[in-house]
Design a protein around this ligand. Sequence first.
Ligand code: NBG
Length: 836
Amino acid sequence: MTASMDQPHIQVEDDRTGLSIETLRRAMADNLFYIQGKWPEVATRNDFYMALAYTVRDRMLQRWLNSQRNYLRPEVRIVAYLSAEFLLGPHLGNNLINLGIEDEVRQAVEESGLNLQHLIAQEEEPGLGNGGLGRLAACYMDSLATLEIPAIGYGIRYEFGIFDQQIRDGWQVEVTDKWLQHGNPWEIARPEASVNVGFGGRTEGYTDSDGRYRMRWIPHQVIKGIPYDTAILGYRVNTANTLRLWTAEAVESFNFQAFNVGDYYGAVNQKVTSENISKVLYPNDEQAQGKQLRLEQQYFFVSCALQDMIRIHLTAGRTLDTFQEKFTVQLNDTHPSIGVAELMRLLVDEHNIDWVTAWEITQQTFAYTNHTLLPEALEKWPLDLFGRLLPRHLEIILEINQRFLDKIRVQYFNDPGKLSRMSLIDEQGPRYVRMANLACVGGHAINGVAALHSDLLKQTVLKDFHELWPDKIRNVTNGVTPRRWMVLSNPSLALLISDKIGTHWIRHLEELRQLENYLDDRGFQDAWRHVKQERKANLTRLIQERCGVTLNPNSLFDVQVKRLHEYKRQHLNVLHIITLYDRLRQNPNLEIAPRTFIFGGKAAPGYVMAKLIIKLINSVATVINNDPAVQDRLKVVFLPDYNVTNSQRVYPAADLSEQISTAGLEASGTGNMKFSMNGALTIGTLDGANVEIREEVGAENFFLFGLTAKEVIELKTRGYNPWDYHNQNPELQEVFNLIRSGFFSGGDPGLFEPLIANLLQSDPYLLLADYQAYIDCQATVDQAYRNPDHWTRMSILNVARIGKFSSDRSIREYCQQIWHTSPVHVELKEYVQAQA
Ligand code: NBG
């Protein structure tokens, strides 16, 4: 792609801002010498990467600082996106694209005797998230900046992000992710903006100088939060928003009292325990862990963020009664929902605002996004733990609750069940604080992440809240950024598209519709297939490297990449693979399109069943890949350490996207969108955003199977018995027999027994109920793939009609429906001229 953007008017081309190839080359050499302290002769690849990264960052700073100055203008409204996770992926390639200097930089790098792809590959990705939720936050940051919406992302600068996954003997092994070990050129520490955060201790009442009785918190421990800022630059605009991640440190890093009495260990102990807070990301998605450290993390970053916002607001010259005009705060899931109580505390205790006013401000400030219906993901904290760690917040929550329940009592005087269900405190057994209820009560809007999911929220977990406030629950269907997921990941596809319809689609994804005009264009179809082949060859190289397995790029690439979870049903996919394999063994002449099954994804370290599924995939892979009888027809691979970097090579190479969760359980999915955007066809259930994807691309271009969400509920209510399905399906029995015989486990019949027993005894995710429909649907896929022309048309139509799923559309909806905010153009000239 060529750099066609308007560059600011910079009179002097200096080494920090200049964009000519010669200046870029010189800037890199300069950074190598003055920042890395290396001559080219002794520099490592990482040194060169760092030198280039600083060169690119320099070129973002004018935009970044000018955008930041906008935050301080009193009338500018800011979106604060609070998220415990930001799964950003590597910055370098993305920043080059958004800046529009890719071609110049590639040349400058080559003239320095280096290779841009190698330098890009050198970057350790910041894996500060688990999966969908964290990656969504990253896509939203990209779109916010691209749409010129002033925004700050607030989160935690985990020293160790999501673990690196190794596969040893077919099992997942977790390895610490030391993403910071070679330095992070993208961040800037801002110790001058540090804040203190309290923990533990007690509260006390006192009478203030106006004679008012008030409460204050005397924490037992105080920890310092230090912000590290990263610029998030929009695509070809001047807006560069800030991602502000907090690191925890001891207020005193060295205790001289302890040292002086000879307690050397004690002297540094506080430093160590304080730093623990931002040490490591909890590696669970969809599973709340009632661990104190997790609550400490949540409170830590939320308190830092709110104190920071208050500082910005006051610096902008405004008073706190208008805080809700300056900031709109989005809670990404319940993880930051403690913010409701913290803002109340800051306003009432620290800034002397009366409760009623503070509550209005708070409610108008927050909005909450729900990302899952799984009961195990709903966060609740034991009341006593909560009270020990955050005694003042517990008091505030109890008061919020009392005032709230008083209203409920009046409104629903004949329905005592309401009270216990809607209460912020779960009192059924041991008492808990319910974070979702806090988020619902403490904000002005709640949203689900796909139409089906939002409807189910209204009918199930949030039914009572929906009855109480019929307009409060909305839907904003998720989206993903086409900058990373098309332009960066699939440059040849982007080029082919731009060749036909120009580049406008990159910011207005609906324009991909114009591709329908070329549906019957032979040359275009061939080019389309050619791009897919090239991307498949690219993934083939990665898999050769990582797995030592040679793939046939002419086979159908059937891909399931996502976190390992029973509800996502990777094991249903495996049942199909074994079925197919068994058919080929029975009938070697069976005609099928050669297929390669590709899996990737991490399992939560404590999730035994998910880890066993990984082992099963690898065991089946070993047998099939070594069976000469099916050599060029079936292959199975598990790509280790699925992350953003790897995924950028996976989506473009896929022919078939597996979106096969039990209907009603996948809130939205976002991988489903990335696959479609890259021309893969979907085999899927009517779940999450699949429903809307199918509506958009057309039912005839989507392979649908399985029970609907409604049917799932009905079946479960009737009483589901997996044996009913097992007993009437000889082929399924054969598959189970093969697994149970030890065929895939070196003769050990016990290895996969827990999995099999689970499926036969309870099968909570209804694999057996959907098995035959899935197998039949896969047969349709096979047929379709054997007609390349038809397949190509379907592929083109998937891309042409995927426009709705740009995160730009999602962000526009948030802006209109929830945040009530609009773009603010960032001017560069003023600052540049002032400098000159
Ligand atoms: C996930 C859902 C996905 C959804 C993403 C982003 C969590 C807790 N939830 O279906 O499972 O696409 O959130 O909304 O990660």
